[in-house]
Design a protein around this ligand. Structure first.
Ligand SMILES: Cc1cc2nc3c(=O)[nH]c(=O)nc-3n(C[C@H](O)[C@H](O)[C@H](O)COP(=O)(O)OP(=O)(O)OC[C@H]3O[C@@H](n4cnc5c(N)ncnc54)[C@H](O)[C@@H]3O)c2cc1C
Length: 508
């Protein structure tokens, strides 16, 4: 069903319909984002025959064509089964329901971005690859999840797989990164000097865009709905082709798991799946069985599958921690004005950040961000991830609507991280280093859903789900609501690497 193209790109054959898949599998992985891709590769290397079920589709990149829409040109393909295009600052626009690139979940007072494609969040993320701060990580995680081990073994392994690197000087000096240089200058003069951070952008492709060899994408601020020329080293360019190359892994795209339960005779697991047509609509449904089931559908969707399974009695031994400790990672945007040249566009790769421990109510990492729609207005975007230890939500099953919802997250739970970000920006403005922005930033959203199956509570210290042998969570659902002052992908992939090391060495 799936093969590796020359050059390492991912190619899925057209015969991927679920009717052609055998009914019983040794291992099934639900989702092909950070947790799922790591699990698939390590299972494949260990010789375990593995089927990856991914609800979204695989998008082939093009050097010259616009494969993805963007925030300025919304198209139906950008959204997972939505009637309206809505995300942060976008104007609501009527669209057709189809299995598009990103699901936006409205849960109480927060808008949550959750990827829906082969490669998961790596296709739509901004590539920022940073570690949590040790002291905050240790305050958030159980003592048995050791920072030292992740720092020494798993984070370096993931960074190498993803080719994470700092922005080269020639790119930093280019016109689309005028906003990055202005951000660094503002913060330095305000007393908060930034340091470079790693991203997973492919600098030769960014240079290709700057030189006109590739259609501009990353340099005009495309990222949140994909980069058409593959300018990010997303998982379809490293972990997933490597998993397929083991010969033990298959990926079934457009295949959504709707529920999970124990397998025939109480052995293993049964997953119910539906197959989506690329243009919309369900074309088939079926049940598949496996001995080992790895949940990697992302924080929101792994949580929804598990809460439903527990509360409908399909997996009744799941414990009371399932559904809990969910958080939005303290995400907040602020815009500021700036003097001088603006550049013609704002490039997406982030160059730098500063970590602020004290003085604003919450510790936070403040990053130089970008705005696709800035249109020459003299403002720049600041994105921050705060160490929010307090605000958490719980997902519960609502029998009347047959849906899993988070009902206890009101807008007040976004307030403290947003206030911290605004206070920091106000200080920069107050010191005369920048003007207020002529444009308002988005509020009440997170691109970093975390938790719902917290490690050491709903699972053991590696991701073995309590109450069930052979059932694992290996994605952002393990992270207890906050990544300790980091964008979470490196942490999620590092925890998944650590989980797979232990599960494969010590058994289920
Ligand atoms: C716009 C945006 C920008 C971001 N920028 C950054 C950044 O710069 N740095 C950073 O560290 N993080 C960033 N993130 C966050 C990062 O992408 C996520 O934290 C990460 O992808 C989560 O990994 P995961 O394995 O938990 O889930 P995901 O990567 O979300 O993967 C889950 C996969 O499961 C699939 N799935 C879900 N439900 C089902 C189902 N029922 N059946 C089958 N498949 C299913 C989904 O389609 C998806 O492919 C960003 C996110 C967004 C949305």
């Amino acid at each position: 069903m799936a093969t590796v193209k020359r050059g390492g790109a991912l190619h899925l054959d057209p015969d991927g319909e679920i009717q052609g898949i055998s009914e019983t599998h040794r291992a099934i992985v639900i989702g092909s984002g950070f947790g799922g891709a790591v699990a698939a590769l390590r299972l494949g290397e260990a010789g375990v025959s593995t089927l990856v079920l991914e609800r979204g589709r695989h998008w082939e990149y093009s050097a010259t064509e616009q494969v993805f829409g963007n925030e300025l040109t919304p198209v139906s393909e950008m959204f997972w089964q939505h009637d309206f295009a809505v995300w942060l600052t976008m104007q609501p626009t009527l669209i057709d329901r189809m299995p598009g690139l990103m699901e936006v979940v409205l849960a109480g007072g927060i808008q949550i971005g959750a990827a829906a494609c082969v490669g998961g969040g790596s296709v739509v993320y901004a590539g920022v690859t940073v570690q949590p701060r040790r002291r905050y990580f240790e305050a958030l995680f159980p003592a048995g999840v050791r920072y030292d081990e992740l720092d020494r073994v798993h984070f370096p392994r993931v960074r190498e797989m993803l080719s994470a690197s700092y922005m080269p000087d020639d790119i930093y000096a280019a016109d689309p990164f005028t906003h990055s240089r202005a951000f660094d200058a503002q913060l330095k003069r305000a007393g908060f000097p930034t340091t470079p951070i790693r991203t997973t952008f492919n600098w030769s492709r960014v240079r290709g865009e700057l030189a006109g060899r590739l259609r501009p994408s990353s340099v005009i601020g495309e990222s949140s709905f994909g980069n058409s020329n593959g300018a990010k080293n997303d998982l379809t360019q490293n972990y997933l082709p490597a998993a397929l190359a083991t010969g033990n892994v298959r990926i079934s795209q457009l295949t959504e798991v709707t529920s999970i339960t124990t397998g025939p005779g109480g052995r293993g697991y049964t997953v119910r799946v539906v197959q989506h047509a690329p243009g919309g609509g369900v074309v088939a449904s079926r049940e598949l069985h496996c001995e080992l089931l790895f949940l990697a559908a992302g924080s929101v969707n792994t949580t929804r599958l598990l809460v439903r399974a527990r509360d409908t009695g399909e997996l009744p031994e799941l414990n009371e921690h399932v559904g809990t400790n969910w958080g939005g990672n303290g995400d907040a945007f602020v815009y500021r004005g700036f003097d001088g040249a603006t550049g013609a566009s704002q490039g997406a790769p982030c160059a730098s950040a500063v970590f602020v421990d004290d003085g604003f109510g919450m510790p936070m990492r403040v990053e130089n961000w970008y705005a696709l729609a800035f249109g020459g207005e003299p403002y720049l975007s600041q994105f921050s991830v705060a160490v929010d230890m307090d605000n958490r939500g719980t997902w519960t099953y609502d029998r009347a609507s047959d849906q899993v919802k988070m009902l206890d997250w009101g807008p007040e739970k976004n307030a403290a991280p947003e206030a911290a970000a605004a206070a920091f920006s106000q200080l920069v403005i107050g010191r005369g280093m920048a003007a207020p922005s002529p444009v308002l930033p988005p509020t009440g959203g997170t691109a970093h859903p975390l938790g719902g199956c917290p490690i050491g509570a709903a699972t053991d210290l590696y991701g073995r789900v309590a109450g069930y042998r052979g059932l694992y969570a290996v994605d952002g659902s393990l992270v207890p609501g906050n990544a300790g002052g980091a964008n979470p992908s490196l942490l999620i992939a590092g925890l998944a690497e650590r989980a797979m090391d232990d599960i494969l060495a010590n058994g289920g």
